[in-house]
Design a protein around this ligand. Sequence first.
Ligand SMILES: [Zn+2]
Length: 184
Amino acid sequence: MYCFEFYNCTKAQLEKRKIYGAIEENSYLKVVTSSNDSHATYKKAKGLRFICYDKKYDRNTSYRQTYFRYNLPNAHPIGKKRNTLWRCCYCGKKLKKREIEVDHLIPVYKAKRQRHWQKKLPNGVNDKTNLVAACRHCNRMKSSKTGLWYVRGLLGQHQLYWKIIYPLTLVITTILLGVIIYYL
Ligand SMILES: [Zn+2]
């Protein structure tokens, strides 16, 4: 299955070119074709502004469930031993299930468009390895960015990272404060 996303055109314009079944989505028109029809659609679309990608690089409807199927709670509330909370992989904030926004570490926007990211996702964008927990704030800030966000997400998925980073920050802050007080 292949998806075509058409920009700056109308359903009527597509139908004139015999491209049928367009659905309105966000700021574009989407047409899903079978593998056999995709080449023909590609030809008919010549001259229009569009992107084309394998359907596995599109967001599906069940990725939230996929995330929770493979990720049990990994942090515990203060004073309790049992883990009932998850962690935002970008800032480390502890989150209840309903507060979690499941984020695509490699953003859907980029997976649809860039071969470089597609190569990293042989099983598609909704694969369990590409899903992370994020707080609302981080998810808004990250949006479809990669770069440092990608690195932070890769590291932040591991609980060991937070076990190291918190004491390390505390030690560095203490040393800095000590130095400042010493020279004042
Ligand atoms: Zn966060």
